[in-house]
Each structure stands twice: as C-alpha cells, then as structure tokens.
Ligand binder design. Structure first.
Ligand code: CTP
Length: 399
C-alpha cells in the first residue's frame, strides 16, 4: 500500500462500540508509513483512551475545541489544513447527523466543517438506525458535500442483531483509502478540459444572442475532475458561478473566443464539451448601437464546432472526448447521430423539454451513449452527483 507512505491522516474517533477497531486501523496506517494525529469525541473516550491512541499512533491526540494548550499549538483550522485526508471511524449516527447539518459544536465537527481535504466516513450503527429514513437523507446530503462513505457491511452487530450497519474491517478501510490515493496520483498526471455555459453572439455593442444554459453542469464536472486529481481547465461562457483556485478558469464571451482558448489549451487527456455554444454568430456585427426601425434583418453565419474540431484533430485528439446533447425530442436518435458524426467516445444526452431538470436547474437526468452502442441512464439527481457519476465512468475508461 505504497500510496499511503508519508501521508498525514487526521483520524476522528467517535463514540461507538466499534471505536476499539480504530486502534487496529492506526496500527495498519502506521505500518504503511502514515503520520497520524487523532481527535477523540467525548463519547469516544468512553470506548478507547487517549493514551492508547497516542501510544499506537505516536502522534498528538486532541479532544477539546477550547483547550488553550491545543489552540496555541495547533488550532482547528491548522489541524484541518495539516491533514492530507480525514478519516472518521467509526462514524456514528449522531456524528453523521451533525455533519449533515454543518454543526460545529465540538472539535471533530468543527475541523470537518473547516476542511478542504478529502473526508472519509466509516459508519457503524445498529441496522434499524442505518435504515432509518433520516439516515438516508443525511447520507445523501453528505454525498453532495463530496464526503466518501466506506461501508457499512452486513453482519452481526455488537447489540446481537444482524443486518447492515457493521463497520468495515480496518484492513478494508485502509485498502479503500490506498486505492483512492492511487487514483488521485494517476490522475495528477492527466489534463482535463471542460467547456461550459452559454455564449454571447453580439448583434451590436449592447445586444447579443444567447441561450438558457446556466453552466452548472459543466462547473460541477470541472470540480469533480479536479477533486479526482485531474489538472483541470474550465473554459466558461458568461455565468455567475465560481470555482476553487485549483481549477484554471478562463472566462470567454463568444464562441470564437471559446474556440481560441480551447486551441490554446490543447493537448489534454480528457475533454468534455458541456457548453451550449451558439451555432451561429452575426455575419456583420454593427459597431454602433442599431437604431429602431420597422424591420431588422440579421444575417447569421455558422460558428466553428469546437467539439468537432477537437475530436477530429490529427495530432491532439484527447484520449477521451465527451460531448453533450440537449434535446427536446428524439433524444436517442439525435444523441446517437452526434456520437457518430462528432467522433465522440461518449455523448451525455438530456431531455431539456422537462422544465424541472437540465437547463438552469440544480438537477439533471442524463443518458450516456457510448461508442460501443451501450447506453446507460443516470436517474434524476443533483448536478454535483451526476458529475461524480460521469467522472467515475471517465476513470473506468482511462484504466
Ligand atoms: N458544440 C461545440 N461547438 C459548437 C456547437 C456545439 O463544441 N459550435 C458542442 C456542444 O458543447 C455539445 C455538442 O457540441 O457538446 C452538441 O451540441 P448541440 O448544440 O446539441 O449540437 P449541434 O451539433 O449544434 O446540433 P443541434 O443544435 O442541431 O442539435
């Protein structure tokens, strides 16, 4: 498990019977060469002692948000920045509920709220608690915060009942983290480019032709690629959306500018064309504001098809080229045509006749059309979660 060597792990131990297993996790992580600091919630201390955690981890153990000694040495912000990764084990029903609400009432929840690092939760609880609708809702929320959930497994629990809720074994937890770090390391060497948002095609200095695209799906895809380790460039038409500094954001207005920036940023390994690029631009744009008259005729000419240009490039075609197809009718036919005509590896098609999903909505429902005639429907969900699922498929295609 060489991907764990020299990694800084912040282990948060919560108060559940499975807490004793965190000692075994510490032992394995130490064997892999990790540096560990730990936080024990007040209930965790009823199951394991700070002394045993400190001895095994050979690292500092924290427990109190307002401990003067801790705050002067390393405050909750510094602690969350120190870590490469945060592991919450066991993640109890109470902790999961607190995290879903964004609570910051103790050191553990405050550090997680303040963190910009990957967070892994390892739930452990009674089967009824795990199956409770409130737990399902909380987990859905946590997934939209991009927290990763390991397990739980089916088995006999400490309370004697049988079912889903048993904590994943320490070795499997460490293996999952190692696999994740392997993927990130691999993707770190790869470049991704995403186009997003609408374009503005000017008629005169103050008027333009545009469309309803919000850019949300493209921005979520860029964020998801970046979280998965890709060096990501986002070329965006006008939107009010933001991304973190890890993503190279290039703002453009017209299709022509989007095309030029795309050319400048090649070659890449993966390219996703989610922008709703205007098919036409104004043939002769007026340099001065057009005055009102009885009739106005605007002549349009075709814009370059950016996706087509990239997917048919002789020397710089990315390994994976992914296009979008927003359709109001004949979705399957149109998507399959675009897949072939535009020489794509995948087309992500959505039906934009439904006003509650797609354009300008936070939700999307898409069908992925693959080159080998396979198709796969991703059911309606938040655009962030759709992006995670698409990037998962990209990861699979790149292996
Ligand atoms: N696209 C592009 N450059 C253009 C037009 C489209 O890169 N000038 C990309 C879009 O980003 C999308 C895909 O091509 O990934 C399909 O876009 P769409 O507008 O649905 O397809 P068109 O080929 O324009 O077909 P139509 O509008 O007739 O459906």
């Amino acid at each position: 498990m060489k991907n764990l060597k020299d990694k800084k792990i912040l282990l948060i131990i919560c108060g559940g019977v499975a807490a004793y297993k965190s000692l075994e996790t510490i032992r394995i992580l130490k064997k892999c060469g990790c540096e560990i600091k730990s936080i024990l919630t007040s209930n965790a201390k009823k199951f394991v002692t700070p002394l045993s955690v400190a001895s095994l981890s050979r690292g500092k153990v924290y427990d109190d948000l307002f401990n003067v000694e801790n705050e002067s040495e390393m405050d909750h912000i510094a602690l969350s920045r120190w870590a490469d990764l945060i592991l919450v084990e066991p993640a109890t029903a109470n902790t999961i509920s607190k995290l879903a609400k964004g609570s910051s009432e103790d050191l553990a929840s405050t550090v997680i709220l303040a963190s910009n690092k990957p967070i892994f939760l390892v739930p452990a609880m009674n089967v009824r608690m795990w199956e409770h609708p409130s737990m399902k809702e909380n987990l859905e929320i946590l997934k939209t915060y991009s927290y990763k959930i390991i397990g739980p497994e089916i088995g006999e629990m400490a309370c004697g009942e049988y079912g889903e809720g048993k904590m994943t074994e320490p070795l499997d937890i460490v293996n999952t983290i190692n696999d994740y770090l392997f993927l990130i390391n691999k993707n770190n060497r790869l470049k991704a480019l995403v186009t997003a948002g609408p374009t503005h095609e000017y008629i005169d200095p103050v008027r333009f032709i545009t469309n309803k695209s919000s850019g949300k799906q493209g921005y979520e895809l860029a964020k998801s690629l970046s979280r998965n380790g890709f060096q990501t460039t986002l070329i965006s038409g006008p939107t009010n959306l933001k991304v973190d500094d890890e993503i190279k954001l290039i703002k453009v207005e017209t299709a022509e500018q989007m095309f030029k920036e795309t050319q400048k940023n090649l070659p890449v390994d993966v390219a996703i064309f989610s922008a709703a690029v205007a098919d036409f631009k104004v043939f002769e744009k007026s340099d001065i504001k057009i005055k009102k008259e009885d009739k106005l005729t605007i002549k349009l000419e075709k814009n370059v098809d950016i996706l087509n240009y990239v997917s048919n490039h002789n020397s710089m075609r990315p390994k994976l080229v992914i296009g979008f197809a927003a359709e109001t009718n004949n979705l399957e036919n149109n998507a399959e045509k675009k897949l072939k005509n535009k020489n794509c590896d995948m087309i992500i098609a959505n039906d934009v006749s439904d006003k509650n999903i797609g354009f300008d909505s936070d939700f999307n429902e898409v069908t992925i059309f693959y080159k080998n005639n396979k198709q796969e429907k991703l059911s309606s969900k938040n655009k962030m979660l759709i992006s995670e699922e698409i990037v998962e498929r990209i990861n699979n295609q790149l292996t």
